[in-house]
Structures are given as structure tokens and as C-alpha cells.
Design a protein. Structure first.
Length: 133
């Protein structure tokens, strides 16, 4: 028997990185990029067919999106929320993004100084209501 990586291993690494909340802002940005890259790597391995058991989970996305909020990257948090829902519509997730995922992204925009933040917050709130969440 040869041990092979699975989604639990990759998610554990992401959780370990994204649990570092008392680091400086620059370090948070670096960690958010590493977590994002590892999430992309998980999908790459999954789609290659060689490692079907390395599909990210809701838990994986929650941690990466939550850290995007801490790193001041609401745009990327929203992109990941949209990505999650696209994978749902392709049949890779049983459910759409859960309400807490929407709330994390809305909170990320609330903490942003982006001039379009109100538009993003309103659109996300509409989408959340539209899905009955």
C-alpha cells in the first residue's frame, strides 16, 4: 500500500496557514496567496484524473475565503465564492455556497475602502436572498 495525498491533507495545510491571525498584514497577504495557490493546485490535481480524491470541500473554501477577508482581499474572496457556485452547477458540490460563505465575503467588502464596496455588498445580499439563504 502506498500512501497518497487526499483532500484532508491539503485542507489541513490550508487550515494551518489560515489559522495564523496574529501576523502582520504583509504576511497575511502572502499566506492568502499561498492558500489560494494550494486551492488551485487541488483542483488541478483533481481535474488531471490522477487524484480524484483531492477535490476541495466547503471547509477548504471557507478557510481560504475567510483568510482573504483578513488579508484585505474582498475581490478574491468574492471570486472564490463565485467559483464555488460554478463548481456546484457543474455537479461537483451538492449544495450552493452556504450562507456563512456569503456573510464572510460581505464582511470582507464591509471592511474594504473600495469605492464599489456598497455595490458588491448589495449584489451579494440579493444573491443570498435569491437562493433562499
Amino acid at each position: 500500500y502506498e500512501a497518497q495525498p487526499d483532500h484532508r491533507l491539503y485542507t489541513t495545510v490550508i487550515v494551518a496557514w489560515t489559522s495564523q491571525k496574529s501576523v502582520g498584514f504583509g504576511q497575511r497577504v502572502r499566506i492568502s496567496r499561498r492558500a489560494d495557490a494550494l486551492l488551485a493546485k487541488m483542483w488541478s490535481l483533481h481535474h488531471s484524473g490522477a487524484f480524484k480524491n483531492i477535490q476541495p470541500t466547503v471547509h477548504t473554501y471557507n478557510h481560504v475565503i475567510g483568510y482573504m477577508k483578513l488579508a484585505g482581499r474582498p475581490d478574491r474572496a468574492e471570486d472564490l465564492l463565485i467559483e464555488f457556485n460554478k463548481y456546484h452547477f457543474r455537479g461537483l458540490f451538492k449544495q450552493r455556497a452556504p450562507p456563512n460563505m456569503y456573510r464572510i465575503v460581505i464582511q470582507a467588502w464591509e471592511g474594504s475602502r473600495d469605492e464599489d464596496r456598497e455595490r458588491h455588498i448589495a449584489a451579494l445580499a440579493r444573491e443570498m436572498r435569491k437562493t433562499g439563504r
